[in-house]
Ligand binder design. Sequence first.
Ligand code: 26W
Length: 824
Amino acid sequence: MRSKSLVIKMKKEIRELENEMKKETVLEQLSEKCLHTFGCDLDEATKQQTYRAVCLVVRDILAQQRREFCSQYEKQHAKQVFYMSMEFLVGTSLHNNLYNLGIEEVFEEALHDLSVDLKDLYEIEPDAGLGNGGLGRLASCYMDSMSSMDIPATGFSLRYEFGIFKQKIIDGWQMEFPDNWLEMGDVWLIPRKEDTVEIKFGGKIHEWMEDGKLRVEQYDYTPVLAVPYDMFISGYHSNAVNKLVLWSAKSPNNMDMSAFSRGDYVKAIEQNAMAEAISKVLYPADDHVEGKILRLKQQYLFVSASLQSIVKSHLKHYDSLDSLPEKVAVHINDTHPALCVPELLRILLDDYGYDWDTAWDICQRTLAYTNHTVMSEALERWPEHIFREQLPRIHQLVAEINRRLVNYLNTVYPGDVAKIEYMAVIANNEVRMANLCLACCHKVNGVSKLHSDILTHSIFRDYYNITPEKFTNVTNGIAYRRWLCQSNPRLTEKLKEWIGDGFVKDSTALEGLMKYYDNPQVLEELRKIKQYNKQNLCGYIAKTNGINVDPHSIFDVQIKRLHEYKRQLLNVLNIMHMYCAVKENPNLDIPPRTFVFAAKASAGYFMAKQVIRLIDAVSKMINSDPAVRDKIKVVFLEDYKVSLAEIIIPAADISEQISIAGKEASGTGNMKLMINGAVTLGTLDGANVEIHEQVGDENIFLFGMTAQEVEQLWQKGYNPIEYYNANLELRQVVDMLTSGVLGSRFDDIQKSLLTNAFGAADAYMTLADFDSYVRKQEEVSAAYLDQRRFTNMSLVNIAKAGLFSSDRAVGEYADNIWHVKGVQ
Ligand code: 26W
């Protein structure tokens, strides 16, 4: 044993030495790259060209390491993970790659010789915004952890030409603009045209028996080509370099020459335009199904292309697909890739002649599914006719899966029509994608303890009762080397001084900070670092919003997608209350507070856009009111994205996690803010419950109903008017919505709170939790005045954040679901 670890250690040291890139080597490689790519010398290169040259040199280093890693895990016949997700919210990659490879410094020095500041190059890089929010970012954090843990893994998704829209707030209204990220972001993508795959849409199915076997053929279908592009995923000081494979759609025949020669040019290019449309743009819907045909085609294209390539490379190394479950773990990230179930079945049955039971068994043992939301409007159900029309063979297989499932359920729940219909994959002319995953996958998990409990006690209860062993929990985690070490270098350097640098690889080592709980120097240093980061954010706010905020005020931050269940409205109603309180009593002794909002609303989400308009109006009213602006400031930062979060999070004092209990599956922003020393103000929802378990009552501000109390109030019958009538403070702010004092009226928001005009009145119980929230916010003000106590709370949150590392979460997936190991 000793010798083995010695060898591993030696190998690592040799690689670090090898990697001990000399500044000269970097300069050499940069100038060569610049010359070969742009035909100019480095010192003549524009900043954009230098940026691309740097990225291309880093890409070469990754390509080299990738090849070594591939031969290593192939030699060991290691089991691989394939992470299927419609979204990967990668953000920027240059800083992360240089950091992970341990070559940031040498590149900094080399560029310095060229009087280029590496930081400027970081600014040039566009975010790869191939995701909406939590689900997409989680996928990217997990890719970073799998590489850092030397787990052979490939992410599969689509090469959207346009990522999440760019947001501008014009007269309070969110406006969306195309995100043409490939202009500068394509530098990380390597096309692999030789591995293009054909995908079949529509057409008809021809079945016939041949020597006792059913043969199936699809004809008259529309062929679309899926072209893979690779993005390397580096790991922190690890051997592994994994890949994110992004599929781009195009038509086999770029131009229909017969239409062309008829002069019908539009027809000539129509087919290709139709094909390319599939990977044109990310659907900006978060937690809300749009049910568009193009979305279904997006899902099938990346699922089919990915599974075809997985099967092809498996058969390169193994003689049959019998061993697929032993060598391949395919993970389905929410229901969006649920077509993996019938598509893998199709490949096994139609392309490799397996019988149903064997094929089904292979699917079950290969596939696993994670649920990320209980919101009914987010659970995907495809109209059966669209499903059948676009995917005729897949529909046949899903119908057969459903027939066999219903037969089985009739033996378990005989005669219980309602329950069987609820559990069926196809019912009421709809294909329920969650049930498809529940019926097939060998493991199903939620993303926080509370969420996984809610799944097994409510929406998936019937499946849980028949297959309890399938259900488990893996609480989310974050790539803290990005969200702490790279985003908050000052805190990271001090932590290394105080507790050593072991925490960079093993987050549980952060616990060591607890021994400084009462150390005044350390507490003072923590305050200084937070102040520095707050000053930095002030600079950004002044530059982008032209607002001067007080760097010594409490930075109270709510940054996440705009959604009614996340209750940004509750936050702004409290701000309106504080405004009234200060207006009524200008000598009110509260520490100055800056409320920072950042949030994108799905393009078609009307009420969410109204809330953004309200925040903007409140911000304008307060920031321009001399009587209050020294005490309260409100800022809405446009175009929230990964790289903006990396600026805001290190500067936060208060982390707003105020969703109605039972609706936020986990949250991951809460973890990023915690590890940067922000104190959570929240409900017992999602992972807030586990954050509370880690830090204890003294180091978190909890308020509001629990998930159970919400359920009980709902069952009992919730009437928001009662709260409105019973609470003067509440009535005052709700009336302000239409009083005109905000400069414009918000009748729709008021109606949504007090009437059933938009569905159930106050469906997210903002009024019910208002008083508890307002009181708790007062406690926050009081706590902040006691700097010693507040910094203690901040220290404990940093020290106890280790559990929320994505390395820990990936470790649990690897041990309990994927049954894979890191390659040594
Ligand atoms: C079909 C439209 C659509 C698109 C995205 C429906 C649902 C989604 C995602 C599941 C929404 C999402 O991002 N959910 C968030 O996932 C995070 C990672 O697990 C959790 O931390 C958040 O609580 C959850 O809201």
